[in-house]
Design a protein around this ligand. Structure first.
Ligand code: PGA
Length: 249
């Protein structure tokens, strides 16, 4: 919930104009502005290759009398192709459960959009050594009932809650441990092919000075960037640090 429409559009313009496609290998860049900015930013990125639009949330119903809410198909009509779901702030401040997030994932897939499913443990859970178990339970409850075809359109973002907006980043080894665990879990639920093809992003205080090392980890395919995306130079530096050969989002 940052920036006016004018400020957001200006930020997107700076990013689009300085984005150097030759430096990102086969990576894709997704801009996920507030709902009020989606249409305008969709115009700014129109016809620009490798740039996509995401919303930050949606309602789980296809349509109907849900005053104040927005459906996945409405977001599609604004030009979005992805929707972030289950962000820790949605879980913490709006009481979103794993079950509800699972319903939203279904709604997004039904509208022919791709969910970016966020998961991650809190500080207490990390300190109790329960981080792998917590992430596993979030993924199982929200995603396990998807078919392999449905799951092939899901992006996963691992975001340790204690690292979001705090300036504390998981070390590359800590993040890699969880990413590898997630990939193993995906292979168990679906199969090795589905696990290998899944894009798993890291989020939580990713910055220009740590992005390259994070992205270099075997199971980290890209980043979900919060605070640093509000400064064009920082966001561009992060985009430009993705390793060229990987299929990052
Ligand atoms: P941060 O946010 O990069 O500011 O930690 C990440 C997020 O909100 O997902």
């Amino acid at each position: 919930m940052n920036t006016s429409l004018h400020e957001g559009a200006e930020l997107a313009e700076q990013i689009v104009n300085q984005f150097n496609i030759a430096r990102i290998g086969d990576a894709e860049v997704i801009l996920a502005p507030p709902l009020t900015h989606l249409y305008r930013i969709g115009e700014i990125i129109a016809n620009r290759p490798r740039l996509h639009l995401a919303a930050q949330n949606c309602h789980q119903a296809g349509s109907g009398a849900y005053t104040g809410e927005v459906s996945a198909s409405m977001l599609r009509s604004l030009g979005a192709s992805f929707v972030i779901l289950g962000h820790s702030e949605r879980r913490q401040y709006f009481g979103e459960s794993d079950e509800l997030i699972g319903e939203k994932v279904k709604a997004v897939l039904e509208a022919d959009l791709r969910p970016i499913f966020c998961c991650g443990e809190g500080l207490d859970q990390r300190e109790a050594g329960r981080h792998l178990e917590v992430v596993e339970s979030q993924i199982r409850t929200s995603l396990e009932n998807l078919s392999k075809e449905e799951f092939s359109r899901v992006v996963i973002a691992y975001e340790p809650v204690w690292a979001i907006g705090t300036g504390k980043t998981a070390s590359p080894a800590e993040a890699q441990e969880v990413h590898a665990h997630i990939r193993g879990l995906l292979a168990q639920i679906w199969d090795a092919e589905a696990a290998e093809a899944c894009t798993i992003l890291y989020g939580g205080s990713a910055k220009p000075n740590n992005a390259e090392e994070l992205f270099a980890q075997a199971d980290i395919d890209g980043g979900l960037i919060g605070g640093a995306s509000l400064k064009a130079d920082d966001f561009l530096a992060i985009i430009h640090s993705v390793p060229g050969a990987q299929a990052n989002v």
